[in-house]
Design a protein around this ligand. Structure first.
Ligand code: SF4
Length: 335
């Protein structure tokens, strides 16, 4: 447990959390929507500081990040809790549950986690992932500060539902973001995720403007956000507001948590891939077996520059500066 940041006192012992756009008003002894930030005696605490649900070295492609040091490994850390309530959550066991209070868990210090990350010489850094890292902001920031000092890269996989001030702080320490853009209607965000779309769009614009590396993931859920009209609007917005070189991952959904619809038909994903590729240079398909949407092609000359097979990656057509060997077009900033 550690003192939380970004909150204010409304009246005696009643607090308002300003970390994310829910602005939870939290009475003494109660937690916010994320279940991990608690008012104890008029002070807000992060209950899960130092508590991890899982750690491991993952291919960077698993985050997914395809244009950030492709083929490398990254030490990945998850904790508990989430500020959203997605009915189709693919990680609900850790996002919608809190650690079992009955069994004390081993506390992990930021220093010990960074030390583990440094043990693997081919590891490029630390990814904050698996559950929503926004809700363990203080723990993430402490780890990221040490990791940065040791020369490691910091990566965050997030739903992007965060307020501007803490986001600005994060941008100071996080090198690459993968943001989930879950759909493109307020109705979907309200009824399927218990949050709002507009703040996520703001987050995407701010990250893009900051120059930090950004990739987007859209989980296509059968019958919920597989509407061609909404998807077209989303892709046009990404291309117009963030640029046609923005990387978009379309991910296949499988029944989970409170959603039992059949897995996304591969045909729909391939159709969406073709449609998105008209407005965006880099569109990938994930969580499925398909020959479509795996490799990276040069948007200028069409040459295949990176080959992928699941999480195996071969950089075949790029020089050391991330330029296409055939036409010299700059494709990757981080290689
Ligand atoms: S971070 Fe948690 S407590 Fe704070 S406003 Fe968001 S959901 Fe509420």
């Amino acid at each position: 447990m550690k003192a939380a940041r970004y909150y204010e006192e409304l009246q005696r012992n009643t607090l308002k959390c300003n970390l994310c756009p829910h602005y939870c008003v939290i009475g003494d002894g109660k937690q916010g929507i994320c279940r991990v930030r608690k008012n104890t005696g008029g002070e807000l605490f992060l209950e899960t500081y130092g508590v991890v649900s899982s750690v491991g070295f993952d291919p960077i492609e698993k985050k997914p990040l395809y244009h950030f040091y492709p083929g490398s490994e990254i030490f990945s850390i998850g904790s508990f809790g989430c500020n959203l309530r997605c009915k189709f959550c693919q990680n609900w066991q850790i996002s919608q549950e809190t650690p079992n209070g009955g069994s004390p868990r081993r506390q992990n210090s930021p220093e010990s986690l960074v030390a583990t990350a440094l043990e693997n010489k081919s590891n490029i850094g630390i990814a904050f992932t698996y559950n929503e890292p926004i809700v363990w902001f203080e723990f993430m920031m402490d780890i990221a500060a040490i990791s940065r000092k040791k020369g490691l890269k910091n990566v965050m996989v997030t739903n992007g539902f965060i307020n501007r001030e803490p986001l600005a702080e994060l941008i100071g320490l996080i090198d690459a973001f993968n943001v989930d853009l879950k759909a493109f209607t307020e109705d979907f965000y309200k009824h399927q995720t218990f949050s709002k779309l507009e703040p996520v769009k703001e987050t995407l614009k701010i990250i893009r403007k900051s120059g930090r590396h950004l990739e987007i993931t859209n989980l296509v859920v059968t019958g919920l956000n597989d509407n061609m009209k909404d998807f077209t609007e989303m892709v046009k917005w990404i291309s117009g507001e963030l640029g046609r070189d923005t990387v978009l991952h379309l991910s296949r959904y499988f029944p989970n948590y409170k959603t039992s619809a059949v897995p996304t038909p591969v045909g729909i994903l391939e159709e969406f891939h073709a449609l998105a590729s008209q407005s965006l240079d880099f569109v990938y398909l994930g969580n499925l077996t398909s020959t479509t949407g795996q490799d990276t092609k040069c948007p200028q000359c069409g040459a295949k520059v990176i080959n992928r097979s699941r999480y195996d990656t071969w950089i075949s057509g790029l020089d050391k500066d991330g330029k296409c060997k055939k036409c010299n077009h700059k494709i990757l900033e981080y290689i």
